[in-house]
Every structure is written in C-alpha cells, then in structure tokens.
Design a protein around this ligand. Sequence first.
Ligand code: FE2
Length: 274
Amino acid sequence: MNIIETKIKAGASEPFKLLHISDTHLTLADERDNQRKRDLAAERVKGFPTSEQFLDEACKMAKRENIPIVHTGDLIDFVSAANLDRAKKFTMENDVFFITGNHEFSLYVGEEFEDEAYRNRSLSLVQKSFPDDLRFCTRTVNGVKLIGIDDGYYRFDQAQLDALKKEVDEGLPIILFMHNPLHEPVLYQRSMAEGPCAYLTSTPEELMKDYDDYRYRQQKADEITLEVTRFIESCPLIKAIFAGHLHNDYEGMVDGHLPQYVTGIGTARIIEIE
Ligand SMILES: [Fe+2]
C-alpha cells in the first residue's frame, strides 16, 4: 500500500486526520446474482486483483490511527447482491464518509450510456448500503465542513447547487470531496497524454474537439455544471478538493488557486487538516 501524507490549512478548532481512498472496484457476484453478473465478475476481477487486500489494509490502518475513512467512489465495480453486501459491511464496520462514483450504478460495465435515468434505475437499491446520501452529503469535524458531492457522470445539478450554497451560508471552512476531479490545464494535459480524453468535470468545450462522440456527450458540461464549478472556484471557504476516478495520484490547482488532490488505486492518503 502506497501512503501519502497531505496537510491542509483550513482553520480547524483542533487538527484532525482522515484516511482518503478511492476506486477500490470490488468485483463480487454469487448465486444471488445472475449468470451474466457472475461472468462479468470473473472477467473484471482480472483488472482489480488486489481490491480486497487493499481495502482490508486501509480499514486496519484507519482503526489503528482511529481516524475516519473518506472513500470517493467506485468502491464497487458494478451493482450485484454480493458487492452491495460487501459495501454495507465496509460502511457498517468502519467510520466511513462515502461519496459515490460512476461505477456504483453500473448494472453491467459500460453496456449503456450512463445518465440520470440510468442512475435512477439502481439509486434506491444502492443507497441502502450507504449511510451517507449518495448525491450530496456533509459532516462537520472540529469546525470544518466536509462536503461530498456526486459528479460521477461529469455533471452537477440544481439541487446540489442549492444544497452547497446552504452549507456555504453557515460560514465554516469547507473541504470538498467528489469522484471526478475538476478540470485544470495541467491535469488535462496529463490525462490526454495517456488516453482518448481527460475524464474531468467541466473541461472547456474547445478542448474536447478530439473526443469521440461518446466521450464528448459523456463529459461535456451543461450550464448548471459550469455554474456549480464557477461557484466552487470562487468560494473562499472551500479550501481543497479531493477526488479519485483517474486511478493515479496527482496534486494540482483548480483555477490556479484551489488545491486539488487525486488519490489513485493502491494509495492511502492521510489528510491532516489544521
Ligand atoms: Fe470512476
């Protein structure tokens, strides 16, 4: 397990720590799931062979340090009875602040275009395995507000903007957690050097001209997404963003001033908030 330590100055009444992990991609299926899901599990486990081992180590570390785990999504690779049971065990046996990813709602992986309607086919079922609201959740620790916001489909919505503004009105410093990182030029360049698109929320349209049609439709920000992004970028109470999705570690800046940290597969990031 790769361990990274990150310090954030937010103005906490007492310093505290969080253990940030992401993108575990559990690939379980059993006799309660259909043959298609069991076949999918047998195939997908090849890409994520050490998920269980990593999750176990991370949970032990959090217990040893007596700190909460923040998981920024893709805990499960696809919706199955066995994966949801495992997710429930994880959230019940540990102190977990959970932010959903895109895979939490994958019925099978990549078989359909994933949008709000697709998510709503499994949202209520998946929600039962997680104590935190999967679309928007908060927790206050030592005078610092932790906010989780679902942008797993590269979009925010009006309800999330309203909820975020309400939290901001309380005046506490905020640390933001989301699955997909926000666009920033350096991260965009890094992602484009490795793949067909950047996999970031609110990438400017002019930088998407080489995306294929599917990726363009998937990742093009709508008006409300751009509005939420501008709100985040201009809110002085938001001190940092932590995300996942890219499967690699990264540290950068959104809009040239807002620190953004991406935690990859196999990494446990210990965040110390002062
Ligand atoms: Fe993801």
